[in-house]
Design a protein around this ligand. Structure first.
Ligand SMILES: NC(=O)C1=CN([C@@H]2O[C@H](COP(=O)(O)OP(=O)(O)OC[C@H]3O[C@@H](n4cnc5c(N)ncnc54)[C@H](O)[C@@H]3O)[C@@H](O)[C@H]2O)C=CC1
Ligand SMILES: O=C(O)C(=O)CO
Length: 399
């Protein structure tokens, strides 16, 4: 095999015993300090390419590498995991909670633990989903463009009329950490009723809505209500706003398809801050064109970084470039968790007991616990990755 082309890196602590590679520079400096203070030589790729190819990453892994911090845009499969194994590596961490870009079986075959970053991005991502909901419902982007184009001539009764959220029904598909946080924001913030669909019962979320409903009633206001739907179709039929928060796997690929779009309300708002392929984007573009009152807010796209033809021209779509987890605190925390996942595995630390409670790892003023913060897949502790890794925490009672 031809030697892989060299790729530029920035080196920290050159004499460190363990070689850790990060395929990207990440926000903050704590993650760098945690690695270098623990005898790691850290190499951060400085190649300006946005998405590294498998060959680029092979060059970074080289002949000796203990662990890699990678990105959700990279294709982590047999080629990379076997190369990492040959280089003496045991640890990989995705800088993301979702790891549909990772072939966990290949990682497992090669004895590589796979880490991810749950919890630290829950509220940040839910807040962006809420922002997209408001932007779509109240036509913020269209109105902004109208202003900037100098078209505003004065207040008019029909100008940019949108949807009121109060008293309407919010539908959540995938009521896990982020879905539940989003639901609470919409219920508490806008007094919406909830209908949700998940494989598991979101008991805590249900209790929250019940208690909030009682509070409203006691104060002479209309109480909010909740319903766990038996089918996804029930959510699509009943909800005025629908936000998608499942992981991407075979069961959620093209979960929103032409048949399901057809049963949604003509004036519904659909939000996706999960993964692009959860929606059949070609079908969505058709639906948006035929139904101008139907609006979407999208953070993710089927063929990122591209949009399907026609989407950019749809005025009833608000589109942002996969920024749902992009708050400073969250991105720095994600960097910390990925570094601690890799470091923990290199040091032989046990897996942290609860990947939904990662706060002890994020305290800047304390030494992190001697544990791998969140290991999604591990040879000796292969949790049910396909059927959902955090199966000990089912019931979606994260939030
Ligand atoms: N746009 C962005 O920047 C971000 C996107 N994400 C995406 O959001 C996803 C969810 O993250 P978390 O809430 O932390 O994960 P989570 O694991 O807490 O929640 C996922 C939920 O989806 C449910 N689910 C799985 N299959 C389903 C199905 N077929 N139908 C209905 N529900 C199903 C699960 O039971 C679980 O409750 C991630 O996997 C990731 O892909 C996460 C963070 C940021
Ligand atoms: O964490 C994830 O899954 C993302 O999409 C980026 O935050």
């Amino acid at each position: 095999m031809a030697a892989a082309k060299p790729i530029s890196v920035e080196v920290w602590n050159p004499s460190g015993k363990y070689r850790v590679v990060s395929t990207k520079s990440m926000p903050g400096t704590r993650w760098i300090r945690l690695l270098t203070d623990n005898d790691c030589r850290l190499e951060i790729c400085t190649d300006p390419k946005t998405i590294l190819s498998v060959d680029d990453i092979l060059a970074l892994i080289g002949n000796r590498c203990d662990g890699v911090i990678g990105q959700l845009t990279e294709d982590w499969g047999e080629v990379l995991f076997s190369a990492l194994k040959r280089a003496g590596g045991t640890a990989f961490s995705n800088m993301a909670v979702g790891y549909n870009n990772v072939d966990v079986e290949a990682a497992n075959r090669n004895g590589i633990a796979v880490g991810n970053t749950p919890g630290v991005l829950t509220e940040t991502t839910a807040e962006l989903a809420a922002s997209l909901t408001l932007a779509a419902a109240r036509r913020i982007v269209e109105a902004d463009q109208f202003m900037r184009a100098g078209l505003y001539e004065g207040w008019l009764p029909h100008l940019f009329v949108g949807n009121l959220l109060k008293g309407q029904t919010v539908g959540v598909i995938g009521a896990g950490r982020i879905g539940s946080a989003y639901a609470r924001m919409m219920i508490e913030g806008f007094k919406m009723n909830l209908i949700y669909y998940d494989l598991y019962q979101a008991t805590r979320l249900e209790k929250f809505v019940t208690a909030y409903g009682l509070f409203l009633k006691a104060n002479g206001e209309q109480p909010v209500t909740w319903k766990r739907a038996a089918t996804m179709e029930d959510v699509l039929r009943e909800a005025d706003v629908i936000s998608l928060h499942p992981l991407l796997d075979k069961t959620t690929y093209h979960l929103i398809n032409p048949e399901r779009l057809a049963i949604m309300k003509k004036e519904a708002v659909l939000v996706n801050a999960s993964r692009g392929p959860v929606i059949d984007e070609v079908a969505l573009v058709e639906h948006l064109k035929k139904n101008p009152m139907f609006r979407v807010g999208l953070d993710v796209f089927e063929d990122e970084p591209y949009m399907k033809p026609g989407l950019a021209e749809c005025k009833n779509a608000v589109v942002v470039p996969h920024i749902a987890s992009a708050s400073k605190w969250t991105r720095e925390g994600m960097a910390t968790l990925t570094a601690l996942n890799v470091l923990g595995k290199i040091k032989g630390y046990p897996v942290w007991g609860n990947p939904n409670q990662v706060e002890p790892f994020l305290d800047e003023n304390a030494t992190p616990p001697p544990a791998c913060a969140s290991i999604a897949c591990h040879l000796q502790n292969f949790r049910d990755v396909v059927g959902h890794i955090q199966s000990e925490y089912v019931g979606s009672d994260y939030y």
